[in-house]
Design a protein around this ligand. Sequence first.
Ligand SMILES: NC(=O)c1ccc[n+]([C@@H]2O[C@H](COP(=O)([O-])OP(=O)(O)OC[C@H]3O[C@@H](n4cnc5c(N)ncnc54)[C@H](O)[C@@H]3O)[C@@H](O)[C@H]2O)c1
Length: 399
Amino acid sequence: MPAIALIREGKTPSDERVALTPAQCKWLQKNLPGCTITVQSSATRCFTDKEYELAGITVQEDVSDCDIMFGIKEVPVSMLIPDKTYVFFSHTKKKQSYNQALMHAMMDKNITLIDYECLEHEDGQRIIGFGFFAGIVGAHNGIMAYGNRTGQFSLGRVYKSKDYRALIHTYFGLKLPNIKIVVTGSGRVAHGILEIMNLMDVQDVEEDDFLSKEFAYPVYVHLKGAGLYRHRATGKYNREHFHNHPEEYDCLFENYYSQADILMNGIYWTPNMPRLFEMEALKDKSFRISTIADITDDKNGSVPCNLGDAVISDPVYGVNRQTFEKTAPYLPESVDVMAVGNLPNELPRDASRYFGEQLIKHVLGDLVRDGNEIIEKATILRKGKLTEHFEYLSDYALH
Ligand SMILES: NC(=O)c1ccc[n+]([C@@H]2O[C@H](COP(=O)([O-])OP(=O)(O)OC[C@H]3O[C@@H](n4cnc5c(N)ncnc54)[C@H](O)[C@@H]3O)[C@@H](O)[C@H]2O)c1
């Protein structure tokens, strides 16, 4: 059986997440006969070297004896070991220019690349991801930003809590004002947002009521699928058709921006999908939203006033409603945007545990045995060459 390594993250700013926790490694070594895991030592990983050692896992600097290298973020070229199989989020499948050099290096080094993002069930639903904790952290940060803007309540930073359980304790006694929140999306991110809505005692209301009433308590409406999109000609929504022809649909969010205080965006978006609103809408006096948590986080994407990644240490900025320029947060003439690309890193231990569970449940056994169709379809490179499913990357991979 191929030997597994958990490699040290090398990207800057450093990421603390890891694919398997010490307890999960221990469980695998016991329950998956022949499985051996070696952890490359790291000073910044959310589980310390000591924690892995206490779980009976070998920790060392040199992992060149291993066969399958599990990481999270892009592996720096200087850290790539030739002829190995790497599994990480490569961010190459959309021909991202900032990772083209990495793609070339992996080809030169004869590497087999499996990308977590490309692991999909037959119907296209992604199998593993960090979205749930992105939704948790993003929703918290959105509410926190609204509190900072209005001075009506105060929430601390997520990363200051030891873990998710400790975070939940900080909500004790929190009483939100009578705000109206729109939550969008249907995947893991949306689930994480809804979890925070429930924990903060924000009530779920129907679309019609949200659009026509004010409430004596905080409320949210959850928009997805038919609640968010309508075919321009037929007036209907069909999930499969929408996934294949999103450009034929209108977005219904426009009806909501004059009725909501906060937008929590968790949709999956590509440039051929309609945006939630256009930038000009910010000038509209009826645009009531003052805080946007764009957890989806596509720059100038579904939320056009997402002006680019903010960072965990400074997650909120303003966007002037007339000039559309970036400003300090919490100004009267601006809308606040919270859009950070690595939100789960505010709760790295919980996010890693959640990720590892999915990895074990759906992928790892088959990966170390003979592989399967799902893994095949997520294999971008085999021994340095593009696989059939990723031939469309050939111009990007050419060098
Ligand atoms: N800011 C962050 O730190 C962070 C972290 C994780 C995810 N994200 C982003 O949030 C967004 C949502 O992520 P998620 O984890 O909820 O995703 P997910 O894979 O769990 O769910 C995606 C949902 O979108 C739907 N969908 C609509 N059109 C689709 C299409 N054309 N192809 C595939 N699915 C389509 C799917 O049916 C599914 O319900 C993604 O853009 C993701 O990159 C951001």
